[in-house]
Design a protein around this ligand. Structure first.
Ligand code: A2P
Length: 317
């Protein structure tokens, strides 16, 4: 397994297990299976509504001696309903309790979107708070305090545009260590990678396989699929690997952390094995041509009628 360095000097395992969409009742077995197979990095979030079960699997694996806490990399995320500075530490403490650990390796602001306290998923315009009313820098200061208290070793963001990241960097005492973003051959994020490299910010690629198991409401009828793209299939056949491994090896080859989700034992192992695969320069050039700026997770669920958030002000595009 490769590791990528963060600004703090910590090293993040380059391939982790995604847990978004891993259903309660299923995720426990998946995390146990993953840890037994050799995964050491688990990507979590309270918004996935399965953290307590993930925590049970981690606690049992640690008790059984599968891995020590120091060998594990645990990432979680601050949900949109806890951006208010006095809500940040309690939200982190709830995640720590659910994951049954004393500290996280990485804690991320899940979206540059704020909800009123207690709102899990907004139903009406009044459920939102604008970023003018509750600026990211206020949330960030509270995250910095959590680092200083030893509750989390590294802090970062998800789904931030270059403009939002640059604004945060200009105001932060502790620089963001990570931007976790949707990233795959149809959304290659080249400008973001260049910006992050310049600022010593690592990038994690979510939905590296195209998240085909998103709920129907989050899918478009005409959306492209990654796992059956002819170029991906051709490169996979050339190396005798699977399309999913091709996509993961592509992400790792671009020095981005990848967090494929699976709850299937065979696919979990197959994905982990991709950490040892490399594509050649010709493969990388062919994959580069697949970019089409396509988001599977476009944030339109935050941009309903009356919401202060729009796709334009979310992505700054
Ligand atoms: P499953 O959990 O049944 O394995 P993403 O990580 O982009 O969100 O994609 C997750 C989706 O990809 C899930 O539907 C998952 O199904 C599926 N998946 C995970 N690993 C593989 C693989 N190696 N081959 C094909 N599909 C996979």
């Amino acid at each position: 397994m490769q590791f990528f360095p963060l600004a703090s000097g910590d090293r993040i395992p380059a391939l982790g297990l995604g847990t978004w969409k891993s259903a309660p009742g299923v995720v426990y077995a998946a995390v146990k299976e993953a840890l037994a197979a050799g995964y050491r990095h688990i990507d979590c979030a309270p918004a996935y509504q399965n953290e307590a079960e993930v925590g049970q699997a981690i606690a049992e694996a640690m008790a059984a001696g599968t891995a020590t806490r120091q060998e594990l990399w645990l990432t979680s995320k601050l949900w949109n309903n806890a951006h208010a500075p006095d809500q940040v530490q309690p939200a982190l403490e709830k995640t720590l309790a659910d994951l049954r650990v004393d500290w996280l390796d990485l804690y991320l602001i899940h979206w540059p979107v704020a909800f009123k306290p207690g709102v899990m998923f907004p139903q009406r315009a009044e459920d939102y708070i604008t970023l003018d009313a509750l600026p990211i820098r206020e949330t960030w200061k509270a995250l910095e305090a959590c680092v200083n208290k030893g509750l989390v070793r590294n802090i970062g963001v998800c789904n931030f545009s270059v403009a939002k990241l640059a604004a945060l960097c200009a105001q932060a005492a502790i620089q963001p260590a990570m931007n976790q973003i949707e990233l795959h051959p149809y959304l290659q994020q080249t400008a973001m990678l260049a910006f992050c490299r310049e600022r010593n910010i690592q990038v994690t690629a979510y939905s590296p396989l195209g998240s085909g198991d998103r709920p129907a409401g989050m899918k478009k009828s005409d959306e492209p699929t990654l796992l059956d793209n002819p170029i991906v299939l051709r490169i996979a056949a050339k190396h005798g690997i699977t399309p999913a491994q091709t996509l993961l090896a592509w992400g790792l080859g671009r020095k981005t952390v990848v967090i494929p989700k699976s709850v299937n034992p065979e696919r979990l192992r197959q994905n982990l094995a991709a950490a040892d695969l490399t594509l050649d320069a010709q493969d990388m050039a062919e994959m580069a041509a697949l970019d089409r700026g396509y988001r599977f997770v476009d944030g339109s669920f935050f941009a309903g009628s009356g919401s202060p958030y729009t796709l334009a002000n979310l992505w700054d595009e």
